[in-house]
Every structure is written in structure tokens, then in C-alpha cells.
Design a protein around this ligand. Structure first.
Ligand code: ADP
Ligand code: ASP
Ligand code: MG
Length: 410
């Protein structure tokens, strides 16, 4: 007998029929003698619909009220799933975040889980019942409802599994595992049997939304065995593993991630003297704008061009701020574009292989794709390119690095 925490995403509970199918699946695990805790998302599209309602009132809705609003989607699905399980003769009980004791900090819309009180869940499990928990939500010390950021139900699932010391946390979604890249963009993408935590963390942080990054961080920190599986199709899915070099073929590149939520800003013709980078970036960080990549070029006339990227949602705010800074530091020009994207290659194998970057640049050059910025770390290389080339770039790299499904089946 095992204790499983299963999380079902929005598409998996998107209709009554699908909720019934989830109930059948949970019942089959329960019937096999396992203890079951299930976290669910809102029905697909519901969180976006709720955000749309709020935007109809204000472009910048009050964050506390926003969390009261968007947390309602998950309350609908826990009730419906519990009803479906009761109909099947199972003692299921739904719990909102606060009912189950998910304590978070007070950062509305991006709260972090601090503590989970497992006593009510344990009592329900000991009584032979199934626990159904609303994903994405918690409560702060002052009893305010909080939410965990988009995709946050993954983190609820992993945090519950950590708190309960579950045998496995299973993330059920609309794909049958973690692929070498988003299979919706590259049909030749290949499912991975296993991926290391380190690689999954990079993939998630670089834009692969199959798992919320915090859920991967949590699983790594608390050593939660984590698996991504399909709600619709039988199979083993993908195991996120602590072991390095666990994949049989041990490729240099494990996956390609991309992110369209990017924008680029450039301050041109800045005097090349100490302190310029901080004159530009300190006000940006004080305005709570997160900076991602940074590139600085010195030209022969002794001035420098300073480029950095931010989340696309903060582009206008950053541009406005930068125009003011530009005038203060006598920059020649401030420009920007949100027509860009970031494409990243990830793989622990990069540590022991040279030449990955040069091959990546050659592949992009052969497709006539201009690279606007580059960053690297030990196990990843990211480039900024024009957004219109995203699909072309990802497909070309996927093929060139031998990741296509056909290529590995030979
Ligand atoms: P859920 O609603 O179940 O949480 P998400 O939409 O958040 O599902 O995540 C699943 C989606 O993630 C897939 O439909 C797929 O398009 C996308 N995705 C992005 N990168 C990958 C990847 N490397 N492997 C698998 N899916 C990916
Ligand atoms: N419903 C929330 C969202 O759409 C949380 C989740 O699905 O994980 O972001
Ligand atoms: Mg998700």
C-alpha cells in the first residue's frame, strides 16, 4: 500500500465527463489499497476567465481581491470531483487551501507555501477516505486567501506530497510526460523516460510550462519522487530523478525550452565609465522589474550600448523608466522591442562536452536567424531572437542535436 498525491490540471478536469474520468482513475488506485490525496486545478480556461472579469473593472486590480477571485475556480472542481467519487461509493472529502491548512506568506498572486498542517488529511486517510484539495491556493497568517502564481497547482501537489511524505507525487496533465521540447511546437519531440531535477529546473525556469518551477524546486528540496503523466493515456510518463546521467543514451542536450514572454531594452551611447550599469539597473530593480539577460558592448568611441531583457508584461513600464534614466546619464538613445523570444538548450551533458554553443550558433546562422543576445551557464545556453523565428529555430536545433523521435529510433 502506497500513499500517492495526484494532481490533475485544468484540461484534465475541463468538463464533467473528464471529472468523471478522473474519479474513475482515483477510484482504481483507492480500490488497489492505496491512500489517495488529490489536488486539482480549476477547469481549463476558468482562471483566465476570472482574470478577464477583474480586468473589466481595473487594469491593476487589488491583489488581495484578485486572489479571493481567482481561487474560486479550484473550489468548483474539488466539490465536483468529490461528488463524482461519492457517487462511486468512495468516502471523498473536499478541502480548500485554508481548510487543509496550507499556510503561505502574504505575497498575493505569487505566494510561497511555508507550512502544511497534515492532521485533517491524516484523519481522513486513516478513516479510509480520499482527500481532495484545491490547488493553487493557501492562507496567510492574517487569514487572507493567497494564490501561488500561474500553474501553482503543481506546487500544491508537490508540497502536499512533501508534507505527507508520499511515495510519489504524480502530475497528471494533457501530455504523457516531459518531452525534449514542447510537443505542440515540435511534433517530432520525444518523451523522456527520466529527466534530472537540475535539467527540469532549468527547463521550467526557461519557459517549459509543463511544471511550475516552484514545484520542481520544492520536489528537489524535499526529495519528493515526482512523475509527469497523461490523464488520458496509460503509460509511465516521465520520472524527475536525482540521479545524473540516468538516461540510457546520455545525450549532450536533453531538451530545448523557449519563452515568448520576453522584451528587450537597449540604452545606446552611454559613457563607458564605472557605475553606469548600476545607474541603469538599480532604478529598474527598485521598480520591482526583474531583469533577465544583460549584455554590454563597448564601441570604439568610448561609449557603451547596454542591453537587457525583462518579462514582456513589464516592457512598457521598463521602457518609460529607462527613457528617464537615459536622459539623466546622457545616453544617445533608448530603444526596445517586445518582438523577441528566448530559446534555450539544456543538458547536464554540456559540462563534459565542448562546442555546443558554436554548433547552436551555426544552426541558427544556417537558417538566417540573427542572435540578439546570449547567456550561458554550466548546463544551458540561451539566445534571444526575433519571435517570428521561434518555431523555425526550435525545430532546426531539435533536429541538429539529434533529439527528433525518428533520429533516436534508428
Ligand atoms: P495543466 O493544465 O495540466 O497544468 P499545462 O498546460 O500547464 O497543463 O502544461 C502542459 C503543457 O505544457 C503541454 O500541453 C505542453 O504544450 C506544454 N509543454 C511545454 N514544454 C513541454 C515539454 N518539454 N514537455 C511536455 N509538455 C510541454
Ligand atoms: N488554475 C491556476 C492557473 O490556471 C493554477 C493551475 O492550473 O495550476 O494558473
Ligand atoms: Mg500547469
Amino acid at each position: 500500500m502506497a500513499l500517492y498525491v495526484q494532481k490533475y490540471g485544468g484540461t484534465s478536469v475541463g468538463t464533467i465527463e473528464r471529472i468523471e474520468a478522473v474519479a474513475d482513475k482515483v477510484k482504481s488506485f483507492h480500490d488497489a489499497g492505496h491512500q489517495m490525496v488529490v489536488a486539482v486545478s480549476a477547469m481549463s480556461g476558468e482562471t483566465n476567465r476570472l482574470i478577464g472579469l477583474a480586468k473589466g473593472i481595473s487594469e491593476t486590480p487589488d491583489p488581495r481581491e484578485m486572489d479571493v477571485l481567482v481561487s474560486t475556480g479550484e473550489q468548483v472542481t474539488i466539490a465536483l470531483l468529490s461528488m463524482a467519487l461519492k457517487k462511486r461509493g468512495i468516502n471523498a472529502r473536499s478541502y480548500t487551501g485554508w481548510q487543509v491548512g496550507i499556510k503561505t506568506d502574504s505575497s498575493y498572486m505569487k505566494a510561497r507555501i511555508e507550512d502544511i498542517d497534515t492532521s485533517s488529511m491524516r484523519a481522513q486517510l486513516d478513516a479510509g477516505g480520499v482527500v481532495i484539495v484545491a490547488g493553487f491556493q493557501g492562507i496567510d497568517d492574517d487569514n487572507n486567501i493567497t494564490t501561488l502564481g500561474r500553474g501553482g497547482s503543481d506546487t500544491t501537489g508537490v508540497a502536499l506530497a512533501a508534507a505527507l511524505k508520499a511515495d510519489e507525487c504524480q502530475i497528471y496533465t494533457d501530455v504523457d510526460g516531459v518531452y525534449t521540447t514542447d510537443p505542440r511546437v515540435v511534433p517530432a519531440a520525444r518523451r523522456m523516460e527520466k529527466v534530472t531535477f537540475e535539467e527540469m529546473l532549468e527547463m521550467a525556469s526557461l519557459g517549459s510550462k509543463v511544471l511550475q518551477i516552484r514545484s520542481v524546486e520544492f520536489a528537489g528540496k524535499y526529495k519528493v519522487p515526482l512523475r509527469v503523466l497523461s490523464s488520458f493515456k496509460e503509460g509511465n510518463g516521465t520520472l524527475i530523478t536525482m540521479e545524473e546521467n540516468s538516461s540510457v543514451e546520455n545525450p549532450v542536450i536533453s531538451g530545448i525550452a523557449f519563452n515568448r514572454d520576453e522584451a528587450k531594452l537597449t540604452v545606446k551611447g552611454v559613457p563607458d565609465i564605472p557605475g553606469v550599469a548600476s545607474r541603469i539597473l538599480v532604478p529598474v530593480s527598485e521598480a520591482n522589474i526583474e531583469v533577465d539577460m544583460i549584455v554590454q558592448n563597448v564601441s570604439e568611441d568610448g561609449t557603451t550600448d547596454f542591453t537587457f531583457t525583462v518579462n514582456r508584461s513589464e516592457y512598457q513600464k521598463a521602457l518609460g523608466l529607462l527613457k528617464t534614466i537615459g536622459e539623466e546619464i546622457n545616453a544617445r538613445e533608448v530603444t526596445g522591442t517586445d518582438d523577441i523570444c528566448k530559446v534555450s538548450m539544456v543538458g547536464v551533458g554540456m559540462r563534459s562536452h565542448a562546442g555546443v554553443a558554436s554548433k547552436m550558433f551555426k544552426v541558427l546562422a544556417d537558417e538566417n536567424i540573427n542572435i540578439q543576445a546570449i547567456t550561458t551557464s554550466e548546463i544551458k545556453i540561451s539566445v534571444v531572437i526575433a519571435e517570428k523565428y521561434l518555431e523555425l529555430a526550435v525545430r532546426a536545433l531539435h533536429t541538429a542535436f539529434g533529439l527528433d523521435a525518428e533520429a533516436t529510433e534508428e
